[in-house]
Write a protein that binds this ligand. Sequence first.
Ligand code: ACO
Length: 432
Amino acid sequence: MSDETVTLTVNRTGESHEFPVLHGTEGPGTIDISKLYGKTGLFTYDQGFVSTASCNSSITYIDGDEGILRYRGYPIEQLAAKCAYTEVAYLLMYGDLPNSEQHDKFVTDMHRYAMINESLTNFFKGFRYDSHPMAMMVGVMGSLSAFYHDSLDINNPEHREFSAQRMIAKVPTIAAAAYKRNNGEPFVYPRNEYEYCGNFLRMMFSTPCCDFKLDPVAERALNVLFILHADHEQNASTSTVRLAASSGANPFTCISAGIASLWGPAHGGANEAVLDMLHEIGDVKNIPAYIERAKDKDDPFRLMGFGHRVYKNYDPRAKIIREVADEVLERYVGEDTPLFDLARELERIALEDDYFVERKLYPNVDFYSGIIYRALGFPKNMFTPLFAIARTSGWVSHWMEMMDDPSNRIGRPRQLYDGEAERSHVAMQYRK
Ligand code: ACO
């Protein structure tokens, strides 16, 4: 803790007040304004939390100007190159990479909890056959709280760990079941001889009528993509999980709220939107017209997969994903190669355009991920569910961190009211 302070002078009253500046391990100093209202009667206003730290956390560090992302201190590049997703999930949850004994136990736990209660299959059948898998995931994840009454005491650390592990283990099973519901195929149960990503691929793509052969290129690509998507500090969905959890709500409903927030096209839904956009552009010759549309403030069109609230440099995840895309598309040469070429050309043209340069708009994690997912055989509406599977380890880690913090208080932002001032009731016959 430093002795640094900032002084705020309220011109109207001439009063000055000092506020402490907090410093974390890295990153900008943070003015502690928790006593601001008490001292001055003033709120702060920061729509979209552009300059506001909503909590302290020791899970993930981002330096958006330098393009740095680290989980628990480890650079994302090293984790993506060297780890299994389950090691990274363990790292996020517990703070350190597991040794082999700890990892074996974690993987065994993941296998143990991977099945979902059989009555949930009826739940899936209750959805229309063409429901978006994200809609099913929101519902089914939340409904797990109706099944696990044995571990819902959020004040019990063992219950918390149990629930967190259950969610990481079950979320691929839930996503795969949603896909099978869309396709009218029988659900495929998880099998313990597969690792996390392989198991998910098998639950997605095996059917009773043909043997499933796991492709190591696909498994490796998914492993990297899951690691890259596992956490990203206080993004919209993680902040949603934290806000929901601050009231003491049960963990399954909090993660369900996170899934709902992720679905939006400004967040996790962007991977699906990128593919739509590339199809709409269709050809390299049409790129300039779409770049002009993206720059036009009267046109709602935006270059999907471009820009980021925090990264004002190349998103480090996008760099890694581009390399994975090369490998996957080389293996699965097919109709997606032109799409990848189109994306690369779009990136090249945008990065030379003053509009994007001045605003520091670079490709984000989702610019290339959809192309890889599609090459691997995932339909477009499964792209955001894939993100949700990967992000579950991050969400539950933030939830555990928050529940472990005795200073946790209910999240309750204030507002700048700009509605009507007080007025009197008018009887209906006299209203206009
Ligand atoms: N295309 C065109 N212009 C853009 C884009 C874009 N993709 N992104 C930002 N801009 C422009 C804005 O119009 C604004 O211009 P102005 O200063 O002239 O008004 C400026 O760049 C700053 O943009 P903001 O919207 O203020 O940035 P914000 O931090 O609020 O939004 C966001 C970030 C939502 C990611 C935005 O860049 C965007 O909509 N991108 C496309 C959607 C997308 O790819 N989302 C995925 C994000 S990554 C993730 O969630 C995993």
